[in-house]
Design a binder for this molecule. Structure first.
Ligand SMILES: CC(=O)SCCNC(=O)CCNC(=O)[C@H](O)C(C)(C)COP(=O)(O)OP(=O)(O)OC[C@H]1O[C@@H](n2cnc3c(N)ncnc32)[C@H](O)[C@@H]1OP(=O)(O)O
Length: 399
């Protein structure tokens, strides 16, 4: 709404914005101790506030890079901390913030923006679409019998959080960036992550896996306190660079005593937990949910940067209400993607393009449900192949 003033907050205003965000999530104001790591998670120049006349809404972002199909890394803005003061909602405050934030990203040359949504109905209107999905997997440890042909894996060393936390950035960079939609984690990311884990449990452990070529996987976990009668081990990080490390870390997990159940809250859809066990029902997928919402801020750059599957080229026509510079037609084929004047075969909006971009949703399914307008009947099938990826895409970073 026009009477809202949006501006970048000064560092001395960050805490008020953080408290506003917490209140929007029904959490009490943070203590000085909680603010210390949170302050470091606020990137200077990237916290926005809406005034009307006092602070009534906020959002922030921090820099990262994201792997796109084919392996290129694109500049990414990770969006978080979105909140509007109770009593001031549904008057356009978020829309004002989104307009300012997206314009800022475009000006900075950011290609992609990503967020984790509190509710599914909020962000589509701003051009975000569900780009990755994740499974919640639960393993019944008493049933867990590994098949004899599962790889042995290597050596595992267990570190406490004080020793492990300084090593996490290096461990993550060495083991997690091989998958499409993985994002880099800068020094802005880690303080909040560490503080969150320390809040969750008194004893947080990191198991580091070493294969023949050195460190190639790690996981971070805790066992819920007061769960001796029914020990529940929560896996908060699990990254590996090869199948032997995946198997080796699973062997370790199954060796932890006083545990009945192993919970992996957000895992890639194609991760083969069930295939490890003599009885595949040992690993149950309890639910599948949206993991991350993507926004192509620079459509030409994002389309040009990714690799495509082997199919006839397709012309797509994109319309983008919030960032009209992206409007236009793009020829997408195995050789790449670029603007064109040719007649379109498929028409879609920015949020649908975000859903298509990583191949998580097939073009045919998006067309069947009315999200894509089909002008050439052969195009959805070709687009299925062009945008499809070999592996399930997974971000694996919560913020
Ligand atoms: C990335 C993250 O940080 S996720 C965390 C998001 N924050 C929260 O969930 C905290 C609690 N909620 C809030 O603070 C606010 O309700 C927000 C931020 C979700 C929305 O802010 P508002 O200022 O109310 O949004 P705004 O008035 O700009 O709404 C714009 C449109 O979105 C719609 N909308 C906004 N929130 C929702 C919602 N939760 N569900 C459905 N529609 C919504 C509005 O109805 C409006 O629709 P219209 O354009 O058709 O009229």
């Amino acid at each position: 709404m026009s009477d809202h003033t949006v501006r970048t907050l000064r560092p001395d205003e960050h805490r008020a914005a953080w408290d506003l965000f917490r209140a929007a999530l029904h959490v009490q104001p943070g203590t000085d101790e909680e603010w210390e790591p949170a302050a470091r998670a606020h990137q200077d120049g990237r916290v926005l506030g809406v005034f009307g006349p006092e602070l009534i809404g906020t959002t922030r972002s921090f820099d990262s890079e994201m792997v796109v199909p084919g392996g290129a890394r694109l500049p990414l803005a990770a969006v978080t901390g979105v909140g509007v003061r109770a009593g001031r909602t549904r008057r356009g405050v978020l829309s004002a913030l989104q307009a300012a934030q997206l314009a800022d990203f475009a000006e900075r040359g950011v290609a992609l923006a990503l967020l984790h949504a509190s509710e599914g109905a909020i962000y589509g209107r701003y051009g975000y679409g569900i780009a990755t999905l994740a499974n919640r997997v639960v393993v019944d440890k008493h049933r867990a019998q590994l098949r004899p042909d599962v790889p042995d894996g290597g050596e595992v060393t267990v570190l406490g959080i004080d020793e492990a936390a300084p090593k996490w950035p290096e461990l993550y960079a060495a083991t997690a960036m091989g998958r499409v939609a993985a994002m880099t984690r800068s020094e802005i990311y880690w303080p909040g992550y560490e503080a969150q884990l320390r809040r969750r449990a008194k004893l947080v452990q990191t198991a580091v896996h070493r294969g023949p070529d050195g460190v190639d996987g790690y996981l971070t976990y805790y066992v819920e306190e007061d769960s001796h009668e029914h020990g529940k081990l929560q896996v908060m990080a699990f990254h590996y660079a090869n199948p032997a490390a995946f198997a080796g870390l699973w062997r370790f997990l199954l060796s932890v005593d006083l545990v009945d159940e192993i919970v992996l809250p957000l895992r890639p859809l194609d991760e083969p937990h069930a295939l490890l066990f003599a009885d595949p029902r040992t690993a149950k997928t309890e639910s599948t949910d949206d993991e991350s919402w993507l926004r192509l801020v620079d459509v030409p750059a994002a389309l040009a940067a990714r690799a495509y599957g082997p199919a006839e080229p397709v012309v797509i026509e994109v319309s983008d209400r919030s960032l009209p510079a992206n409007d236009g037609r793009y020829l997408v084929g195995p050789g790449g993607a670029s603007r064109t004047d040719a007649e379109p075969a498929l028409r879609l909006t920015a949020d649908t393009l975000a859903m298509l971009y990583f191949g998580t949703w097939r073009a045919s399914a998006l067309a069947d449900t009315g999200r894509i307008e089909v002008l050439d009947a052969a195009a959805p099938e070709a687009a299925d192949v062009l945008f499809g990826t070999r592996e399930s895409v997974w971000c694996g970073t919560f913020f």
